[in-house]
Write a protein that binds this ligand. Structure first.
Ligand code: FES
Length: 561
């Protein structure tokens, strides 16, 4: 079905030269590089930030990326969250440092076709793409919430989405966030459906699908060129350029090229080909940061949110420019925070709209998913765009989903909490504090700390509530990082017994966070969001995968409508 081809690259090379005599001991700042010299050892770092491609700025001896405030230390070669920055290769000739910047831009074959390609926008990141002899779907989220009870589809899905999805040759799942890998939507599919997933080191997507008993999961290595069944469809999966498990899909069909960057940051380190249609998320406001972070005042939150909203759009425009795209399809951003429990988020969150991307200079054309749902392409051009009205799905009321959730996720014991953390095999210079609380954070049921600094993880339960003030008193400059998460009890039970990703709690606004120091504990979030998830060996000792029960109950209720 998938025929592997040799990947071709267009190579773009350029050189930067710096006189060796310009380099002094310690840190040296150049326009595009930071160079650190320690006696005879020279380390050279690109100013491009490894988080999402911002440019690290240096003032005195502070090197900070203004995008999200990551701080870089040239002395250690690490960011303040512990992540290591890659060193650049260079050579020294005739007392000159020569830094070679080689870009490998992947290129796919074009196979001529007499038929057009259509992209149907179903909902959020759920697309159905159909051409000459192929039909595939992406990231199907069609009903119910995502990220616990945090996210809801803005618009209803067409009623026959499942039949359409079932008729696809394959489904591409870009990453394990539940608005892309949506358990409830996927659980309605036949288990032999062909699913194509990125081959992440952690197996975060494939593990999840295996836990749902899908049998045909094709893990695809990044940058591997595939042809589908000798049709005119060629594709490859690109990795996000940051440390996260995220991906995008680059494909050609006939003489048209497409790039679905989905949610990726800095996709393929911005080594991107020229593209006819570029599609990417447009809204932002999708991380829980800074609204649920207690390190910031309300005034600071508003400032960060408006800065991030603008930044999000700026990055997308940069990518549109980089790919010389003719058409931009903003998608994967049609979600709302609907429940009363998240009214604070609903009121204060800031997002971009599709209209924010209308190009007044007409350098590219924005395809508006609010006006049309079928976009047809031929020979690199948009042939037509239409709005076809379909009967829509009668999904359950949000309150019913909430009630189901609250009825299922009620019980947790000290023993299962203890087991869960002891088996996590996670070690870091970090002590985690957790308060399991009621929905409006006024009452705590369990208070515990988990010390990951020792060889054997230590879990300690407290009779009294943990507070920020207590932690502030406890924290000294050289003590381990402290991370305090107050989380809604039912949401935490859901994550724990289903071995789900902890990122869901943050992105779904189901917790509050306080950090000392106020930095992103990257290793912790990666481990508990991508590594220690859907782990079969840990299933023992944990009640059951009770989401199956929940799904069953939901389907029964939908059928009764
Ligand atoms: S901190 Fe640099 S891009 Fe986010």
């Amino acid at each position: 079905m998938f025929i592997e081809k040799k990947t071709k690259y267009k190579i773009q090379k350029d050189f930067s030269t710096i006189e060796l005599t310009e380099i002094k001991e310690g840190t040296n700042n150049f326009d595009n590089f930071i160079i650190f010299k320690n006696n005879n050892i020279i380390d050279i770092y690109d100013r491009r930030c490894d988080h999402a491609g911002g440019k690290i700025l240096s003032t005195k001896n502070h090197h900070t990326c203004p995008y999200h405030n990551w701080k870089f230390s040239p002395e250690t070669g690490r960011y303040n969250n512990g992540l290591e920055k890659k060193k650049l290769k260079f050579k020294i000739t005739n007392k000159k440092i020569i830094i070679e910047n080689k870009k490998f831009i992947p290129q796919l074959n074009f196979i001529k076709s007499k038929k057009s390609v259509s992209i149907e926008y179903i909902n959020h990141a759920f697309l159905i793409i159909e051409g000459d002899g192929f039909k595939f779907a992406t990231d199907p989220w069609a009903l119910g919430p995502a990220f616990g009870l945090g996210w809801w589809l803005k618009n209803k899905t067409k009623r026959n989405w499942l039949k359409e999805l079932q008729s696809c040759d394959f489904i591409y799942i870009s990453h394990n966030h539940p608005d892309h890998l949506h358990q409830l939507s996927l659980s309605l599919l036949k288990k032999d459906k062909q699913i194509v997933v990125p081959n992440f080191k952690s197996n975060s997507v494939s593990k999840f699908l295996e836990s749902m008993n899908f049998k045909n999961i094709k893990k695809i290595d990044f940058l591997k060129h595939f042809n589908f069944k000798k049709t005119d469809l060629n594709f490859m999966i690109l990795k996000s350029g940051d440390f996260k498990d995220d991906s995008g899909l680059y494909f050609t069909a006939g003489n048209t090229s497409f790039l679905l960057a989905v949610d990726s940051n800095n996709l393929n380190s911005h080594n991107l080909p020229n593209i006819d249609l570029y599609a990417a998320s447009f809204a932002g406001g999708a991380s829980g940061f800074p609204l649920i972070f207690d390190n910031y005042s309300e005034k600071q939150k508003v400032k960060i949110l408006s800065k991030n909203k603008l930044l999000f759009k700026t990055i997308r425009l940069k990518e549109i420019h980089l790919t010389s795209t003719k058409y931009f399809l903003p998608y994967a951003g049609s979600f709302l925070e609907k429940l009363d429990r998240n009214s604070y988020i609903k009121k204060n969150n800031q997002k971009n709209s599709v209209d924010d991307y209308i190009d007044i200079n007409n350098k590219f054309k924005t395809l508006d998913i609010n006006k049309n749902n079928i976009f047809e392409f031929f020979d690199g051009k948009l042939l037509s765009q239409k709005n076809i009205k379909y009967p829509v799905l009668n999904d359950l009321d949000e309150k019913k989903y909430e009630a189901n959730f609250q009825n299922i996720y009620t019980k947790i014991t000290k023993k299962s909490l203890n087991n869960y953390f002891l088996k996590s095999k996670f070690h870091d210079n970090l002590i985690l504090f957790i308060s399991l609380m009621n929905v409006d954070y006024t009452k705590s049921f369990f208070n515990l700390s988990i010390n990951f600094t020792k060889k054997t993880t230590k879990v300690k339960f407290y009779k009294t509530e943990i507070t920020k003030d207590i932690l502030r008193k406890q924290y000294k400059k050289d003590s381990p990082n402290l991370l305090f998460i107050s989380v809604r009890l039912e949401s935490f039970i859901n994550i724990l017994i289903n071995m789900d990703s902890w990122e869901n709690l943050v992105i779904g606004f189901e917790c509050k966070i306080f950090r000392l120091p106020n930095i992103y504990n990257a290793k912790f979030w990666h481990h508990f969001s991508n590594v220690y998830v859907k782990d079969k060996s840990q299933k023992k000792g944990i009640d059951c995968y009770s989401c199956e029960r929940l799904n069953q109950r939901i389907f029964n209720q939908i059928l009764n409508i």
